[in-house]
Design a protein around this ligand. Sequence first.
Ligand code: UFG
Length: 338
Amino acid sequence: MKILLTGGAGFIGSHTCVELLEAGYDVVVADNYVNSQPEALRRVEAIAGRKVASYEADVCDAAAMDRLFAAEKPDAVIHFAGLKAVGESVEKPLMYYRNNLDSTLTLLETMKKYGCSRIVFSSSATVYGQPEVLPVPETARLGCSSPYGWTKYMIEQILRDQAAADKELSVVLLRYFNPVGAHPSGLIGENPNGRPNNLMPNVLNAASGRMKELKVFGGDYDTPDGTCVRDYIHVVDLAKGHVCAIRYAAEHTGCEAVNLGTGVGYSVLDIIKSFEKSTGVKVPYVMADRRPGDIPAVYADPRKAAALLGWHTEKSLDDMCRDAWAFKEKNPNGYGAE
Ligand code: UFG
């Protein structure tokens, strides 16, 4: 079975490539490399010992997608490609709506033309906004707080509508919580463009001295230690969730939303402590003001993923910290020149 990964050279895409190859699937990647590097795919090949066909292509480019489907005839698609910076989406909403929605519509039209009827979509826990219930189940009320989040919400709706109209179609909407960590080989990992926004890349920068100190955004939340609580998930566990979703999509039609999280929430200070314990490296930090838009606590109810996909997480917070640090130490400049 051949799987097309849009955005397959990115952080989650590259780890999913490895897991699919190791599970025996054939993989083809379409990526425009706006937020990723072809080098990630060379390293995927090194880890898996298999070749990855890749196309430098924008998923919004209908002619390029048509050529790719005609040549490769994928049996299923995992749609990772998309712009993903929350802050940037607030400044440039039109760019986010145009890119993320257009690419999905083009992809779905091309899939329809070529009779490809299985799609797994990279959604996000951001579609829950401020959840009313914790841990948050898939049935929770949805609502977002950024244009980025709304693109995920809207794409979920587009896919749900299309699955209702096309009885052949199989859609799995994977709602990721907070992916961190790296492949244990240290060959692939997260490689953010410019100044990172997310917590773990900033922990790594503070620990390596690239940044003077980590700013902990808010110590006065109504949480056990006053800092925000999130459901951090090892990217290899997350990648394996995609293999399970592809297996499920091969055997079922319809549309299902599934949380991919551990079910356990950790605070920002928990992350710092776990990082220091598992790596032996200090994280200099200061308490700072709250970051606008942050939600005090979000963590997943992961029971549907277990029941429907037979998936559960295996790795600990210490694994996440240790593997993220190993990638950073081996690749201080990401995939660029050392
Ligand atoms: N944080 C810091 N210092 C930093 C960076 C982050 O204290 O330098 C804190 C944040 O305030 C938050 C926590 O670390 O409390 C996690 O922040 P991230 O930015 O890593 O993650 P978020 O939960 O805010 O964002 C994630 C995804 C987004 C998604 C969003 C909403 O990265 O794609 O969840 O669900 F949109």
